[in-house]
Ligand binder design. Sequence first.
Ligand code: SF4
Length: 258
Amino acid sequence: MKFVEAAYIPDNDRATLCVSSQVGCKMGCLFCMTGKQGFQGNLSAGEIVNQLRSIPEWHNISNIVYMGMGEPFDNLENVLQSLDILTSEWGMAMSPRRITVSTIGVIPAMREFLEKSQCHLAVSLHTPFDDERRSLMPIQNVYPIEEVVKEIRKFDFSGQRRVSFEYIMFDGVNDSPQHVKEMARLLNGLQCRVNLIRFHSIPASPLKGSPDERIFEFRDSLTSKGIFTTIRASRGQDIQAACGLLSTKEIQKNKGIS
Ligand code: SF4
């Protein structure tokens, strides 16, 4: 049996659904439970959309983020088809401005997505330094973040379409003033925002989340350098709803490990 996760995140005036695009993932990011499961398969466009239709609250959902299990641009065809179903008049007629697709930076597929879709883009950045990013995210060996940002600069984000950079804060790893300086250089002049994310510890990993005061300082320093920066509200920590944790629990239950 295979498991995928979809997380329903209600907020004051909006309700967001976080959907998966694959079962497991090939990308092996150090901080991710889904990566530790390995790759078990792509989801079809129907299976992606079905995550929305399967939850009782689906009528309330105002926003969708492709930030669950898997790398959406490693399953581009099905992801684009699912976006078509969600945004077309003949489908669910959602505004593309209410949908964000997240990637670790698979450049060719990202380019195709930016050409074919009007949905927002989120890029998992996590550190601006080459060596450090390589140790956190093997994709850096193939598509360095510098090249990813260069590609993004070719597209217009001055209108309603948005590009954001996701930055998980790891204690003593990527939360120093040097990181702020390098981020400012990397993103200089690009119309974008940075979302800082508190890290949910995962089993058997030495990585820990940065303390709140350092996250606030980091936000303030980036803001003072002209980069619009927010701290993502953290929900679901108590039910282990970080990417891959719930499904790993289910897999273990199924195998009789608990
Ligand atoms: S963070 Fe995303 S791309 Fe990296 S292993 Fe996890 S699911 Fe895959």
